[in-house]
Every structure is written in C-alpha cells, then in structure tokens.
Design a binder for this molecule. Structure first.
Ligand code: 5GP
Length: 181
C-alpha cells in the first residue's frame, strides 16, 4: 500500500538492527485516517472470505483492529495477556514467544464467550516478524473450533521467518507493507 510505504520511509526509525520503530503513526501516536485506509484495503482484499469476527492481541493490535472492524462491520475480540478477574472462568489459551520483550514467552487468553465454532476469523496485527504471535492466535481459533479466514498485517518483515511459516500452511495473508531488510 503506497501511502503506508511512503509513511514508513518518512517516519520509520531502525532500532537495534532488526526492529522498526513506527511510534509516530502506529505504535504510540496513531494516525487513524491512515488506519481507516488500511481497514478499507483489507475489506477489499478479504471481500470473498466471509469474515465475521476480527481477532487481535493486546496491546498494539487493538487500535488497528477496531478501525478495520468498522470497514468489515464485524465485532473485534482482543486476546488478553493476563487472565484478569474480568475473564475468570472458561478461556482458550496459548503461549507466545515474544519478539520484543526479550523472548520471554507469555500466555494469551480469550474467553470462550467470544470465539465460537464456525466463525470466520480474520487476525489483524501490526507486525509480522517470526510469526509467534500469529501461531498463538491460530491455537486459540483452533481450540474454539472457529475457522481462520486470513491474517492481515500492517508491516511484514520479510527477512524474518513468519511469512514463510504461515504461507506454507496455506493461510491467506495480506501484509500492507513488506520490509526486505
Ligand atoms: P512475531 O510474533 O511475528 O515474531 O512478532 C510480532 C509481534 O512483535 C508484533 O505484534 C509486534 O508487536 C512485535 N514486533 C515484531 N517486530 C517488530 C518491529 O520491528 N517493530 C515493532 N514496533 N514491533 C515489532
């Protein structure tokens, strides 16, 4: 997506070799006009997929997932990283190896109330790097007996392994910008 690529070139900053910082429009301050364009783009790209729920992981996916959900006119569920009292009770859960938090694995949870058998779920997230967050989300969807309709990422770092792993599984992936190196 040209608009996004231009924005990354203009405002993105490289940190520590393989981390891209896009805090000025995505991960801290958020450009919701740009988010709206991205949501519309995914709605076009997944038009035939029968998406009826969007799933993301807190915290960085929530903003973009909500805006995308307006374009799809479907509800959003975000996986929580801690099992607070609010979601005490029956949950689906998986472990995710963190890319940005020193590689310490963390659990993710979704209440069984909010993912159901037969639902067509689109995962939306900010970055695709090694694919661990995405694999964790797949586990939640599988536990629920729901179907994965696809995965939309704002930025895919094509020099890391996630894209290959997920495409080998036949998943419909739409990354709106690819970083080669
Ligand atoms: P993965 O699980 O695919 O290895 O990493 C995905 C998660 O790590 C994303 O949800 C994102 O929060 C974070 N992440 C991975 N690479 C980057 C990066 O280059 N920049 C930022 N800001 N976050 C990243």
């Amino acid at each position: 997506m040209k608009l996004l690529e231009e924005r990354i070139r203009k405002d993105g900053k490289i940190k520590g070799g393989d981390v891209l910082k896009v805090d000025s429009f995505l991960n801290h301050q958020m450009d919701v006009e740009l988010f709206a364009r991205m949501g519309e783009e995914w709605a076009r790209l997944y038009a035939g997929e029968g998406v009826n729920k969007i799933l993301t992981i807190e915290a960085s996916g929530i903003g973009i997932a909500c805006v995308a959900a307006q374009a799809f006119r479907v509800p959003v569920v975000f996986a929580k990283k801690s099992k607070t009292k609010n979601i005490a009770g029956d949950v689906y859960t998986a472990q995710v190896e963190s890319f940005t938090q020193g590689k310490r694995p963390y659990p993710i949870f979704v209440s069984k109330e909010f993912l159901h058998p037969g639902e067509r779920v689109l995962l939306i997230d900010d970055f695709l790097a090694n694919g661990n967050a995405a694999l964790g989300a797949i586990e939640l969807i599988d536990q629920a007996g729901a179907q994965l309709a696809g995965m939309g990422f704002i930025i895919e770092k094509a020099f890391q392994q996630g894209g290959g792993i997920l495409r080998d599984r036949g998943i419909h992936i739409e990354s709106l910008a690819m970083i080669d190196s």
